[in-house]
Design a binder for this molecule. Structure first.
Ligand SMILES: [Fe+2]
Length: 231
């Protein structure tokens, strides 16, 4: 077996990030080993969508049940390293509410929950690898005990394709957010071009759904231009 370089530090998170205490538990401490692809990579979760039903293509709600916040329509394509769609991929999505609050016991931020917003969805990519989600734009939130680090608005993604090679956990950011410049997780990706691929693109506002800003995004599950993994 041949030891290979650590992941490319310019285009993937470099690993242990000063000031972000959890990173030392999330990245390999030992050099990676190259070996031929085997059944553990070329196989995948069997009938994952039969066991995990799609839920909530609409997180924003309507009328009296409408979540508070700027309505957005997220269009994300799941593709492989050749740009071919990963049809049938199960895409789990979660984000905080417009005040920066998650519904999770670990979220001790004093921001208020929104009774009309749960914040998690599971969708299936169509033939073109596309998933679409109607939701509200998440707020920024402070990271506890960091002396002023605020996470910029972001959306978490977990992708399950047909094979384990298309497994991806990452985060999507919004264009033009000043907090993007200092976010420890986004900036653990050193290469500006790779960072820019983690930022959604605002679609032209003419022709979109009423009252919603449309954001386009691409999830590249592997390869040289693969979307950086972000826990
Ligand atoms: Fe988050």
């Amino acid at each position: 077996m041949i030891a290979i370089e650590r992941r490319d530090p310019r285009t993937q998170s470099q690993g242990v990030e000063p000031g972000y205490a959890q990173t030392d538990r999330r990245w390999p401490a030992q050099p990676l080993i190259r070996r031929p692809l085997g059944a553990s990579e070329l196989s995948g979760p069997i009938e994952v969508m039969r066991r995990l039903q799609p839920v909530r293509g609409d997180l924003a709600g309507h009328g009296a049940k409408r979540a508070i916040g700027q309505l957005i329509h997220l269009r994300a394509r799941v593709v492989d390293e050749d740009g071919a769609p990963v049809a049938g991929a199960a895409v789990e999505i979660w984000h905080c509410n417009a005040a920066g609050k998650y519904i999770h016991p670990n979220d001790t931020h004093e921001a208020p929950p929104d009774p009309n917003f749960y914040g998690a969805a599971r969708l299936v990519a169509d033939r073109d690898g596309l998933i679409e989600l109607r939701t509200i734009k998440p707020g920024a939130y402070p990271v506890p005990d960091t002396g002023g680090w605020w996470r910029p608005p972001h959306v978490h993604f977990s992708v399950w394709g047909r094979v384990w090679l298309s497994r991806l956990v990452t985060q999507m950011f919004f264009p033009g957010e000043p907090l993007n410049e200092k976010d420890a997780i986004l900036n653990a990706i050193r290469e500006p071009e790779a960072r820019s691929r983690c930022i959604a693109r605002l679609a032209p506002t003419e022709g979109g759904p009423e009252n919603a800003l449309v954001y386009d995004y691409q999830l590249v599950v592997r390869g040289r231009n693969g979307t950086p993994a972000m826990p």
